[in-house]
Design a protein around this ligand. Structure first.
Ligand code: SF4
Length: 296
Protein backbone atom coordinates (compact mmCIF):
# COMPACT_ATOMS: atom_id res chain seq x y z
CA UNK A 1 0.00 0.00 0.00
CA UNK A 2 1.29 3.44 -0.87
CA UNK A 3 1.95 6.13 1.75
CA UNK A 4 -1.27 8.05 2.24
CA UNK A 5 -1.27 11.78 2.93
CA UNK A 6 -4.93 11.78 4.03
CA UNK A 7 -7.01 9.67 6.35
CA UNK A 8 -9.33 8.00 3.85
CA UNK A 9 -12.66 6.42 4.60
CA UNK A 10 -11.67 2.79 3.87
CA UNK A 11 -11.99 0.65 1.87
CA UNK A 12 -10.57 2.80 -0.88
CA UNK A 13 -10.52 1.57 -4.48
CA UNK A 14 -8.91 3.02 -7.56
CA UNK A 15 -8.20 1.66 -11.07
CA UNK A 16 -4.77 0.07 -11.64
CA UNK A 17 -3.88 2.95 -14.00
CA UNK A 18 -4.22 5.41 -11.11
CA UNK A 19 -1.62 3.72 -8.89
CA UNK A 20 0.56 6.84 -8.87
CA UNK A 21 -2.24 9.38 -8.78
CA UNK A 22 -3.17 11.61 -5.88
CA UNK A 23 -6.58 10.44 -4.65
CA UNK A 24 -9.27 12.83 -3.48
CA UNK A 25 -12.30 11.17 -1.94
CA UNK A 26 -15.10 13.50 -3.02
CA UNK A 27 -17.76 10.94 -2.03
CA UNK A 28 -17.78 7.95 0.25
CA UNK A 29 -19.44 4.81 -1.10
CA UNK A 30 -21.48 4.44 -4.27
CA UNK A 31 -24.73 6.27 -4.91
CA UNK A 32 -26.16 3.18 -6.65
CA UNK A 33 -24.64 0.35 -4.57
CA UNK A 34 -27.05 -2.26 -5.94
CA UNK A 35 -25.10 -4.27 -8.54
CA UNK A 36 -25.38 -7.98 -7.76
CA UNK A 37 -21.68 -8.68 -8.34
CA UNK A 38 -20.27 -5.74 -6.36
CA UNK A 39 -19.62 -5.57 -2.63
CA UNK A 40 -16.95 -2.88 -2.83
CA UNK A 41 -18.91 -0.26 -0.93
CA UNK A 42 -21.40 -2.49 0.91
CA UNK A 43 -20.03 -1.31 4.27
CA UNK A 44 -20.40 2.40 3.43
CA UNK A 45 -23.31 4.78 3.53
CA UNK A 46 -23.17 7.03 0.48
CA UNK A 47 -22.20 10.62 1.22
CA UNK A 48 -21.06 13.59 -0.86
CA UNK A 49 -18.41 15.75 0.79
CA UNK A 50 -18.95 19.49 0.84
CA UNK A 51 -16.51 21.91 -0.77
CA UNK A 52 -15.62 23.12 2.75
CA UNK A 53 -14.54 19.56 3.63
CA UNK A 54 -12.62 19.07 0.38
CA UNK A 55 -10.73 22.38 0.27
CA UNK A 56 -8.33 21.52 3.15
CA UNK A 57 -7.90 17.98 1.78
CA UNK A 58 -6.82 19.35 -1.61
CA UNK A 59 -4.27 21.55 0.18
CA UNK A 60 -2.91 18.56 2.13
CA UNK A 61 -2.60 16.53 -1.09
CA UNK A 62 -0.89 19.42 -2.89
CA UNK A 63 1.57 19.88 0.02
CA UNK A 64 2.28 16.13 0.09
CA UNK A 65 2.88 15.91 -3.65
CA UNK A 66 4.48 19.38 -3.65
CA UNK A 67 1.91 20.31 -6.26
CA UNK A 68 3.58 18.18 -8.93
CA UNK A 69 1.37 15.07 -9.06
CA UNK A 70 0.35 14.85 -12.67
CA UNK A 71 -2.83 12.92 -12.11
CA UNK A 72 -5.68 13.21 -9.63
CA UNK A 73 -8.29 10.48 -9.19
CA UNK A 74 -11.65 11.36 -7.66
CA UNK A 75 -13.00 8.54 -5.46
CA UNK A 76 -15.26 6.68 -4.43
CA UNK A 77 -17.65 4.53 -6.47
CA UNK A 78 -19.14 6.93 -8.95
CA UNK A 79 -17.76 10.31 -7.93
CA UNK A 80 -19.02 11.71 -11.22
CA UNK A 81 -22.53 11.55 -9.72
CA UNK A 82 -21.75 15.02 -8.31
CA UNK A 83 -23.52 17.74 -10.25
CA UNK A 84 -21.39 20.01 -12.43
CA UNK A 85 -22.25 22.81 -10.00
CA UNK A 86 -20.55 20.89 -7.18
CA UNK A 87 -17.67 19.54 -9.28
CA UNK A 88 -16.58 22.81 -10.90
CA UNK A 89 -15.31 24.55 -7.71
CA UNK A 90 -13.52 21.33 -6.68
CA UNK A 91 -11.77 21.07 -10.05
CA UNK A 92 -10.86 24.77 -9.96
CA UNK A 93 -9.32 24.37 -6.51
CA UNK A 94 -7.34 21.31 -7.69
CA UNK A 95 -6.00 23.31 -10.63
CA UNK A 96 -5.04 26.21 -8.35
CA UNK A 97 -3.06 23.92 -6.09
CA UNK A 98 -1.48 21.53 -8.61
CA UNK A 99 0.72 23.38 -11.06
CA UNK A 100 1.60 20.61 -13.50
CA UNK A 101 -1.67 18.75 -13.59
CA UNK A 102 -2.16 16.56 -16.66
CA UNK A 103 -5.39 14.80 -15.86
CA UNK A 104 -8.29 14.44 -13.46
CA UNK A 105 -10.30 11.22 -13.66
CA UNK A 106 -13.15 9.49 -11.89
CA UNK A 107 -15.39 6.42 -11.89
CA UNK A 108 -18.74 7.17 -13.50
CA UNK A 109 -22.01 5.61 -14.52
CA UNK A 110 -23.49 6.51 -17.93
CA UNK A 111 -26.42 8.18 -16.13
CA UNK A 112 -23.95 10.55 -14.39
CA UNK A 113 -22.82 11.75 -17.82
CA UNK A 114 -26.36 12.02 -19.17
CA UNK A 115 -27.44 14.14 -16.19
CA UNK A 116 -25.00 16.87 -17.29
CA UNK A 117 -25.45 19.22 -20.23
CA UNK A 118 -23.02 19.31 -23.16
CA UNK A 119 -21.77 22.71 -21.99
CA UNK A 120 -21.22 21.45 -18.43
CA UNK A 121 -19.25 18.45 -19.71
CA UNK A 122 -17.12 20.73 -21.89
CA UNK A 123 -16.44 23.02 -18.92
CA UNK A 124 -15.40 20.03 -16.78
CA UNK A 125 -13.13 18.87 -19.60
CA UNK A 126 -11.59 22.34 -19.85
CA UNK A 127 -10.86 22.17 -16.11
CA UNK A 128 -8.87 18.96 -16.57
CA UNK A 129 -11.43 16.15 -16.28
CA UNK A 130 -10.11 14.05 -19.13
CA UNK A 131 -10.95 10.44 -18.33
CA UNK A 132 -13.96 8.55 -16.96
CA UNK A 133 -13.74 4.90 -15.88
CA UNK A 134 -17.08 3.29 -16.67
CA UNK A 135 -17.80 -0.27 -15.59
CA UNK A 136 -20.47 -1.15 -18.12
CA UNK A 137 -19.96 -4.87 -17.31
CA UNK A 138 -22.02 -6.11 -20.29
CA UNK A 139 -23.82 -4.91 -23.39
CA UNK A 140 -26.63 -7.41 -22.94
CA UNK A 141 -29.83 -5.80 -21.66
CA UNK A 142 -31.17 -9.02 -20.14
CA UNK A 143 -28.00 -9.56 -18.15
CA UNK A 144 -27.79 -5.90 -17.12
CA UNK A 145 -31.26 -6.29 -15.65
CA UNK A 146 -30.39 -9.58 -13.90
CA UNK A 147 -27.39 -8.01 -12.17
CA UNK A 148 -29.34 -4.83 -11.40
CA UNK A 149 -26.86 -2.54 -13.13
CA UNK A 150 -29.33 0.31 -13.49
CA UNK A 151 -28.26 0.95 -17.09
CA UNK A 152 -29.19 -0.40 -20.51
CA UNK A 153 -27.36 -0.88 -23.82
CA UNK A 154 -28.86 2.39 -25.08
CA UNK A 155 -28.25 4.49 -21.95
CA UNK A 156 -24.67 3.24 -21.90
CA UNK A 157 -24.01 4.08 -25.55
CA UNK A 158 -25.62 7.50 -25.14
CA UNK A 159 -23.64 8.31 -21.98
CA UNK A 160 -20.30 7.25 -23.41
CA UNK A 161 -20.84 9.07 -26.71
CA UNK A 162 -21.88 12.21 -24.85
CA UNK A 163 -18.63 12.11 -22.85
CA UNK A 164 -16.61 11.58 -26.04
CA UNK A 165 -18.38 14.49 -27.76
CA UNK A 166 -17.25 16.75 -24.92
CA UNK A 167 -13.65 15.56 -25.39
CA UNK A 168 -13.66 13.29 -22.32
CA UNK A 169 -12.02 9.88 -22.92
CA UNK A 170 -13.40 6.69 -21.40
CA UNK A 171 -11.92 3.53 -19.98
CA UNK A 172 -14.51 0.77 -20.17
CA UNK A 173 -14.68 -2.39 -18.06
CA UNK A 174 -16.46 -5.64 -19.05
CA UNK A 175 -16.83 -8.59 -16.65
CA UNK A 176 -15.96 -11.97 -18.13
CA UNK A 177 -18.32 -14.64 -16.75
CA UNK A 178 -20.88 -12.14 -15.47
CA UNK A 179 -23.91 -14.25 -16.42
CA UNK A 180 -22.47 -17.75 -15.99
CA UNK A 181 -23.08 -20.51 -18.55
CA UNK A 182 -26.69 -19.59 -19.38
CA UNK A 183 -25.95 -16.08 -20.60
CA UNK A 184 -22.36 -16.51 -21.76
CA UNK A 185 -22.76 -16.21 -25.53
CA UNK A 186 -25.24 -13.34 -25.55
CA UNK A 187 -23.08 -11.50 -22.99
CA UNK A 188 -19.96 -11.86 -25.18
CA UNK A 189 -21.70 -10.86 -28.43
CA UNK A 190 -23.64 -7.87 -27.07
CA UNK A 191 -20.61 -6.66 -25.10
CA UNK A 192 -18.56 -6.64 -28.31
CA UNK A 193 -21.41 -4.82 -30.07
CA UNK A 194 -21.55 -2.05 -27.49
CA UNK A 195 -17.76 -1.59 -27.58
CA UNK A 196 -17.92 -1.41 -31.39
CA UNK A 197 -20.48 1.38 -31.13
CA UNK A 198 -18.54 3.55 -28.66
CA UNK A 199 -14.88 2.82 -29.54
CA UNK A 200 -13.41 3.82 -26.14
CA UNK A 201 -9.79 4.83 -25.63
CA UNK A 202 -9.21 2.04 -23.10
CA UNK A 203 -10.92 -1.31 -22.58
CA UNK A 204 -10.34 -3.92 -19.91
CA UNK A 205 -11.88 -7.22 -18.93
CA UNK A 206 -12.09 -8.47 -15.38
CA UNK A 207 -13.38 -11.88 -14.37
CA UNK A 208 -16.38 -12.28 -12.10
CA UNK A 209 -15.24 -12.81 -8.51
CA UNK A 210 -17.44 -14.02 -5.72
CA UNK A 211 -15.66 -13.11 -2.48
CA UNK A 212 -18.70 -14.27 -0.45
CA UNK A 213 -19.19 -17.47 -2.45
CA UNK A 214 -21.43 -18.82 -5.16
CA UNK A 215 -24.62 -19.07 -3.07
CA UNK A 216 -24.37 -15.47 -1.93
CA UNK A 217 -23.97 -14.30 -5.53
CA UNK A 218 -26.89 -16.49 -6.66
CA UNK A 219 -29.14 -14.81 -4.07
CA UNK A 220 -28.35 -11.41 -5.59
CA UNK A 221 -28.48 -12.52 -9.26
CA UNK A 222 -32.05 -12.38 -10.57
CA UNK A 223 -31.71 -15.41 -12.89
CA UNK A 224 -30.24 -18.88 -12.69
CA UNK A 225 -26.50 -18.52 -12.34
CA UNK A 226 -24.51 -21.58 -13.46
CA UNK A 227 -20.81 -21.29 -12.74
CA UNK A 228 -18.36 -21.59 -15.66
CA UNK A 229 -15.15 -23.53 -15.84
CA UNK A 230 -11.97 -21.61 -16.59
CA UNK A 231 -12.05 -23.00 -20.14
CA UNK A 232 -15.63 -21.78 -20.59
CA UNK A 233 -14.56 -18.34 -19.42
CA UNK A 234 -11.76 -18.36 -22.00
CA UNK A 235 -14.24 -19.37 -24.71
CA UNK A 236 -16.53 -16.50 -23.73
CA UNK A 237 -13.60 -14.10 -23.88
CA UNK A 238 -12.71 -15.49 -27.30
CA UNK A 239 -16.20 -14.77 -28.67
CA UNK A 240 -15.99 -11.26 -27.23
CA UNK A 241 -12.61 -10.49 -28.81
CA UNK A 242 -13.34 -12.06 -32.18
CA UNK A 243 -16.48 -9.89 -32.48
CA UNK A 244 -14.66 -6.65 -31.72
CA UNK A 245 -14.18 -4.27 -34.60
CA UNK A 246 -12.61 -1.10 -33.21
CA UNK A 247 -9.63 1.11 -33.92
CA UNK A 248 -6.74 1.99 -31.62
CA UNK A 249 -8.35 0.78 -28.39
CA UNK A 250 -5.79 -0.04 -25.71
CA UNK A 251 -6.92 -3.35 -24.22
CA UNK A 252 -5.82 -4.89 -20.93
CA UNK A 253 -6.88 -8.10 -19.26
CA UNK A 254 -4.35 -7.97 -16.45
CA UNK A 255 -6.56 -7.67 -13.39
CA UNK A 256 -5.84 -9.91 -10.41
CA UNK A 257 -9.12 -11.74 -11.08
CA UNK A 258 -7.98 -12.87 -14.55
CA UNK A 259 -6.34 -16.26 -15.15
CA UNK A 260 -5.03 -15.25 -18.56
CA UNK A 261 -3.13 -12.01 -19.04
CA UNK A 262 -3.75 -10.28 -22.37
CA UNK A 263 -2.53 -6.88 -23.53
CA UNK A 264 -2.67 -5.22 -26.90
CA UNK A 265 -4.13 -2.63 -29.22
CA UNK A 266 -7.44 -3.50 -30.82
CA UNK A 267 -8.13 -4.56 -33.50
CA UNK A 268 -4.51 -4.76 -34.68
CA UNK A 269 -3.55 -7.34 -32.05
CA UNK A 270 -6.76 -9.42 -32.17
CA UNK A 271 -5.16 -12.38 -34.06
CA UNK A 272 -2.30 -12.64 -31.55
CA UNK A 273 -4.63 -12.48 -28.57
CA UNK A 274 -7.04 -15.02 -30.07
CA UNK A 275 -4.08 -17.34 -30.53
CA UNK A 276 -3.10 -16.83 -26.87
CA UNK A 277 -6.65 -17.70 -25.82
CA UNK A 278 -6.67 -20.83 -28.01
CA UNK A 279 -3.41 -21.97 -26.46
CA UNK A 280 -4.82 -21.34 -22.98
CA UNK A 281 -7.95 -23.35 -23.85
CA UNK A 282 -5.82 -26.27 -25.03
CA UNK A 283 -3.56 -26.21 -22.00
CA UNK A 284 -6.11 -25.75 -19.20
CA UNK A 285 -7.93 -28.54 -17.37
CA UNK A 286 -11.70 -27.92 -17.25
CA UNK A 287 -12.05 -27.06 -13.58
CA UNK A 288 -14.27 -24.35 -12.14
CA UNK A 289 -12.86 -20.93 -11.44
CA UNK A 290 -12.44 -20.65 -7.66
CA UNK A 291 -15.41 -18.66 -6.38
CA UNK A 292 -13.50 -16.85 -3.65
CA UNK A 293 -10.79 -14.54 -4.88
CA UNK A 294 -9.63 -11.02 -4.30
CA UNK A 295 -12.06 -8.42 -5.59
CA UNK A 296 -9.60 -5.66 -6.32
S1 SF4 B 1 -20.30 -1.81 -9.73
FE1 SF4 B 1 -20.05 0.41 -9.60
S2 SF4 B 1 -22.15 1.22 -9.74
FE2 SF4 B 1 -22.35 -0.95 -9.23
S3 SF4 B 1 -22.50 -0.99 -6.99
FE3 SF4 B 1 -20.31 -1.27 -7.54
S4 SF4 B 1 -19.40 0.76 -7.48
FE4 SF4 B 1 -21.65 1.02 -7.56
Amino acid sequence: MFLQPLKYDEPLFRPPGEARSAILQVTTGCSWNKCAFCEMYASKKFKIKSFEELEPEIKILADFYRGVSKKIFLADGDAFVLSAKRLIPVLKEIRNRFGRLQRISSYAMPKDVLSKSDDELKELRALGLKLLYIGIESGDDELLRLVNKGETFNSTVEGIKKAHNAGIDTSIMIINGLGGKNYSEQHAIKSAEIINQVNPKFLSTLTLSMPYGHEHFQERFKGEYVQQTIVELYKELRIFIENLNVENVIYRSNHVSNNLILEGTLSKDNPRMLKQIDEAIKGTPGHLKPSASLFL
